[in-house]
Write a protein that binds this ligand. Structure first.
Ligand SMILES: NC(=O)c1ccc[n+]([C@@H]2O[C@H](COP(=O)([O-])OP(=O)(O)OC[C@H]3O[C@@H](n4cnc5c(N)ncnc54)[C@H](OP(=O)(O)O)[C@@H]3O)[C@@H](O)[C@H]2O)c1
Length: 299
């Protein structure tokens, strides 16, 4: 079986210096040959470079962790957003076809409007409200329509992990600097640790059951709940906490250029059924994160 996690596979890791990719490198089966590719040497938007590099490399698997992830920046830089998030995956699908490789691509809860009140399944129709979401949906469509059969598109949400800008690190910084925090309490989603998503990608690869999947950590909360949990763990861990009060606020009180989904919890039934793997609760993974947050930098 070509994607048996025990057989050595040559894997092109695109966006290799990013937050998720760093964890993919750590979680990859030891005997896999991971070839890191990222800016400035490798530009996903350069079709010729992508095809040339990958056809020379002849990978068995291409894992795309690259994206233009500045959600608010996408609103003012639509061309870059669509070039990286929309066209980039198209180039990779073309390369995967040329190399007979499997493509693993990461997408986002922002492809949904967030207007539902119950978990989004893979059958729900995407309806992104932000340019970021629209550009990520364009990337998904490019892969689906490429003619490639062997792909996984894995949508995830509220990602955090070692070695990246993320909400946990922002709250830790703010809680050390400020006496009061104001955090949005009317958006609901599921925090996801990069370790759990990276493991999910390898679990899916082992199944060869290609298609679109939803994956996040188990459970749901608001950004406010998430921030409270982070501050509690910071206190327990003896980290500097100056914030005495965390105020729950409404989305309108913290206006940002890009609209966010109000509700973006995923149904993970498809993932569970196919992989037969348990999904960690977000609270447990957050505790683990406090133990491993410096791990990637030190490795
Ligand atoms: N972060 C979240 O909360 C979240 C939530 C849901 C889904 N996702 C998805 O999860 C995936 C991983 O996200 P992440 O947070 O790990 O991203 P990240 O830390 O921003 O890493 C993205 C990487 O891609 C690189 N990159 C950007 N443009 C490129 C290009 N043209 N060619 C090659 N590489 C390029 C970046 O390089 P530079 O740093 O030099 O630009 C960076 O190393 C993305 O697909 C994202 O859309 C993220």
């Amino acid at each position: 079986m070509i994607h048996d996690a025990s057989s050595p596979l040559k894997t092109a890791l695109i966006g290799a210096n990013g937050m998720l990719a760093q964890m993919v490198r750590l979680e990859a089966p030891r005997q896999w040959d991971i070839v890191p590719l990222d800016l400035p040497d490798f530009d996903l938007t350069d079709r010729e470079q992508v095809l040339e590099t990958l056809t020379e490399l002849q990978p068995d698997v291409i894992i795309n962790c690259a994206a233009y992830t500045n959600v608010d920046g996408c609103e003012s830089e639509q061309d870059i957003a669509f070039a990286v998030n929309g066209e980039g995956p198209k180039h990779l699908a073309e390369a995967a076809l040329a190399c007979d490789a499997t493509l693993v691509h990461i997408s986002t809860d922002y492809v949904f409007s967030g207007d539902k009140d119950e978990p989004y399944t893979e059958e729900d129709a995407p309806s992104p409200k932000s340019v970021y979401g629209q550009s990520k949906l364009a990337g998904e469509k490019a892969i689906v329509e490429s003619g490639l059969d062997r792909f996984f598109i894995v949508r995830t949400s509220w990602l955090y992990g070692p070695g990246g800008k993320n909400f946990v690190e922002t709250v830790l910084r703010l809680t050390a600097e400020r006496e009061e925090l104001r955090i949005v309490a009317d958006q609901t989603g599921s925090p996801t640790m990069t370790r759990d998503l990276a493991q999910a990608l390898f679990n899916l690869l082992a199944t060869e059951r290609y298609g679109i999947y939803h994956f996040s950590d188990e459970g749901a909360c608001s950004w406010y709940d998430f921030a409270c949990a982070i501050v509690e763990l910071a206190k327990v861990s003896g980290m500097p906490v100056n914030a005495r009060k965390i105020h729950p606020i409404r989305t309108e009180e913290f206006p940002l250029p890009a609209p966010r989904p109000r509700y973006s919890v995923f149904s993970k039934e498809k993932y569970r059924t196919v992989t037969r793997q348990e999904i960690p609760r977000w609270q447990d993974s957050l505790k683990d994160y406090f133990k491993i947050r410096s791990q990637v930098d030190e490795s």
